[in-house]
Design a protein around this ligand. Structure first.
Ligand code: DHK
Length: 145
């Protein structure tokens, strides 16, 4: 069985560690990639992390996941709150989908309180910092067991 997990990240997350560290922390996306790969090895999961600032690129990765990945962990960043197209793409993926937000979006501006992706996600993590990615990976291992 395919044990590959796609970890997809939306706009501005390439600046993780440099951008508003008081909100998003000091760890970089490379740190997240390394931590997820290490935990994935323990859990018997192969991780593949992608980031794009472009909605269509994220949709293309979700389409690719249909036959390349067993599950998707996604932080759509600002597209969380705007993208019906990403929701539609996730609805065309059969495996588990877990939604991650580094910050506690519910403690922030009201426009961050609504998520299109939550209509598809099997679970949501918000406000756990970058630790949310590894927590989601642990949950993914349980869902795929
Ligand atoms: C990241 C972003 O870039 C924001 O647009 C979201 C999310 C929250 C996060 O907390 O990871 O509103």
């Amino acid at each position: 069985m395919n044990r590959r997990i796609y970890i997809l990240n939306g706009p501005n997350l390439n600046l993780l560690g440099k951008r508003q560290p008081e909100i998003y922390g000091h760890d970089t996306l490379a740190d997240v990639e390394r931590d997820c790969a290490a935990l994935g090895a323990e859990l018997g999961l192969e991780t593949a992390l992608f980031q794009s600032n472009h909605e269509g690129d994220i949709i293309d990765r979700i389409h690719e996941a249909r036959d390349q990945a067993a599950g998707i962990i996604i932080n759509p960043a600002a597209y969380t709150h705007t993208s019906v197209a990403i929701l539609d793409a996730l609805n065309a993926f059969d495996g588990p989908v877990l939604e991650v937000h580094i910050s506690n979006v519910h403690k922030r501006e009201s426009f961050r309180h609504h998520s299109y992706v939550s209509l598809r996600a099997d679970g949501v993590i918000a406000g756990f910092g970058v630790q949310g990615y590894t927590l989601a990976l642990r949950r993914m291992a349980t869902l795929l067991a």
